[in-house]
Design a protein around this ligand. Structure first.
Ligand SMILES: Nc1ncnc2c1ncn2[C@@H]1O[C@H](COP(=O)(O)OP(=O)(O)O)[C@@H](O)[C@H]1O
Ligand SMILES: [Mg+2]
Length: 278
């Protein structure tokens, strides 16, 4: 449903030119959960801003259902929760949400609105000023204002950044409930959360895709050359990690088990980014 096609974007900072995106391409299928991951400065937020048409690419284009995002009607069904939400904190969540509902001209009953508040676990706090909300609650409100329009594409930038483990868990639970009901595009530095939520992902570094595919494909791609070897010496069981099975200086009868090592998302990410020489 979303196509990002060969997008380039440079920023100018005084005399310095920053190549934020260098020919980035990927596609997201309808109702799939898709992650963009990459180190700080890789170009994730720039990509999202281009999809939202907040900034324009220097080259390339973005299509939603094969229509250019330059057209307002294409963007009408995108719900967006920004990395750093700014809200008028003197208002209650319900008052502010009603403003969003009016802007989008949505016809929605109060009990349906309450269901949405329930979904993001804020129903008890509907009529509390946002100034009394914690960071996690504000983040959940941010998701609420993005989903109230029933988006066909839900974009969540830095899903759980800056939240404590409970706050992260609460957001992950909400996204799991939304998963499969709409197309979700999100960025995150929490790779265990990425693994739990996404179907496919693109890993970007310096504005280019260095991996694009499913978590399974990613793990398969990086699993070959590591082994975990369990062996016995002096009646003690030891375990070592090795890159290959040649020239082992362990006697065959001491070996208990040889397993292919399953790399964690963090190990894979580290390998990919540190070996990316371009
Ligand atoms: N408005 C801007 N002006 C100048 N440089 C920018 C601007 N926004 C982003 N950049 C630069 O572009 C690169 C990509 O940034 P960004 O898309 O925010 O990365 P990410 O979200 O992956 O951390 C970074 O080097 C960043 O410093
Ligand atoms: Mg960012």
């Amino acid at each position: 449903m979303l196509k990002v096609i060969d997008v380039y974007k440079t920023y100018k900072k005084g005399k310095q030119v920053i190549n934020a995106l260098n020919g980035l391409s990927f596609e997201v299928n309808e109702n799939e959960s898709f992650a963009i991951i990459g180190p700080n400065g890789a170009g994730k937020t720039t990509t999202i801003k281009i999809i939202l048409n907040l900034i324009y690419p220097d080259k390339g284009k973005v299509l939603i259902f094969d229509k250019d995002v330059l057209d307002y009607n294409t963007r009408r069904y995108i719900g967006f929760a920004p990395e750093i939400p700014y809200y008028p904190l003197h208002m209650t969540a319900f008052e502010l949400l009603k403003i969003f509902i009016n802007i989008y001209n949505i016809n929605i009953q109060k009990n349906k609105i309450e269901e949405y508040f329930e979904l993001v676990k804020l129903k008890e706090f509907m009529n509390v000023p946002l100034s009394n909300y914690s960071k996690g609650m504000l983040q959940r409100f941010s998701i609420l204002q993005a989903i109230i329009i029933e988006p066909k594409l839900l974009i969540l930038d830095e899903l759980t950044s800056g939240l404590d483990p409970i706050g992260q868990f609460e957001i992950i639970e909400i996204v799991k409930k939304l998963k499969g009901k709409t197309t979700i595009l999100f960025t995150s530095h929490n790779l265990s959360e990425v693994e739990q939520i996404c179907d496919r992902l693109v890993i970007i570094n310096k504005g280019k895709a260095i991996f694009y595919g499913s978590i399974l494909e990613l793990k398969q791609k990086f699993s070959f050359n590591k082994y975990v070897l369990k062996y016995k010496v002096d009646n003690q069981i030891k375990e070592i990690e090795i890159d290959n099975l040649e020239n082992l200086n362990i006697k065959e009868n001491e070996i208990i088990e040889i397993k292919k090592k399953e790399l964690s998302m963090y190990e894979i990410f580290f390998e990919l980014i540190t070996k990316d020489k371009n």
